[in-house]
Ligand binder design. Sequence first.
Ligand code: PLP
Length: 485
Amino acid sequence: MSDCESMPAEVRDRLRSIPAVHELLAEWPVMKAAGDAGDTIVREAIDAELDAERTAIRSGAPARNKRELALAIERRCHRLSLPTLRPAVNATGVVIHTNLGRAPLAPAAVQAVTDVARGYSTLEYDVATCARGGRKEHAARLLRTLTGAQDALVVNNNAAAVLLVLAAHACGKEVIVSRGELVEVGGSFRIPDIMAASGAKLVEVGSTNRTHLDDYRCAITPSTAMILKVHPSNYRIEGFHEEVSAAELSALAHEHGLLLYEDQGSGALLADGVLADAGEQPTSASLCAAVDVVSCSGDKLLGASQAGIILGSAQVIAACASHPLMRALRPGKLTLAALEATLRLYVTGSDTAHREIPVLNMLSGAPAPLERQAKRLHDRILRKLREAQCEKAVELQVVEGVSTPGGGSLPTVELPTFCVAVCPVDGRLSADGLKHALVQEPDTPVVTRVRHDQVLFDVRTLLHDTDLDLCASALADAVQTGLRR
Ligand SMILES: *Cc1c(COP(=O)(O)O)cnc(C)c1O
């Protein structure tokens, strides 16, 4: 018996009643969508909507009429024509949220990106000589000023920096690393894997919780090129723990003619405020301790664009810059423009940096302004819910909470914050359902946390006043949608 014959007659009738593509194309919402989004998107939306309709009917759902289908197709066209990479509202309180693009840029950095993006630029043009210049110089001068390093090099991200330093200085040679520092940073970056890709040979020493200077000393052979120290960005070993300081390691390395390389990960340029409280060392401190090469990310604690920054002696940097991999790892002009503009804020002074760079600003957010902001968000949400006549479906409350730095940075730091807690009281709603709808329904997804069946909007990471409105209308829509089900 075929599939068709085994179906109840009414299901077969409903399937037969589904309008044809040309009929749907003649419906006004679909014609309008075709004008906005183009024929390709409309065809894709019709096919997908008709597939969904057939599946629904086969599992017993009633058929929708032509008008309902046309409206659903219009909505689908709208969703399909939104960019997949688009702005989102971060209401999680996680400041350096890797899934949400890590560091938001300072206004000056945004301006610099726009200026360079809209036309030609001096990317590789030296205005002093009217001749070809190098893209290497752009952020390098400011990095030298800020860190005291002899020279600097920018690549695509810190993973690229680690790869390049190892390839340029330790390919075919041995690199000594403590077992306590064989770090995995989220998203498949593991020190042993990068090491293998660079052609360097990993020599592990010590144990997970304790490594001594003698462990390093005993591992040195004629094939050793480098000692690598990796900042445990995203974890801390507490209790019975010992590691060797950069100063001691540099003495040992230099005694044997080896390089000491520190992968600093988070990349703090300043050592005040929350960074100092967390015991985070600024990049310049490593260089003062006679570390030969330091690398870090541009978009973690530094608060600029996705980049990897390599700092060191002129000789060390020159070898990285002339390595064939450099061409594959070099940053684009937009990255460099944002980085240079952000570094300029640091050069202006610590106060300017803390005020203008969103990551630093959010990390140092004080409780009183956060509480005021949470009350503002509470009121706007309440107004939107009242407009939608669904304020009785949830309970709203301003509550204390904890935000985290994120991005695998400052893992032990907890930042006291204020949140608006939304507790569903209508049986048709659930916190998880609302959280899901807040991401799925609006053009600008609003990302929240759920705790104890409450949706939490942490105001620490709401950057703009418009973010409050987006949270409020997205929640009102999510509640309404939930009540309709
Ligand atoms: C984050 C991090 C990396 C990777 O940096 P990306 O900029 O994400 O490529 C490497 N090492 C350490 C210690 C880190 O914290």
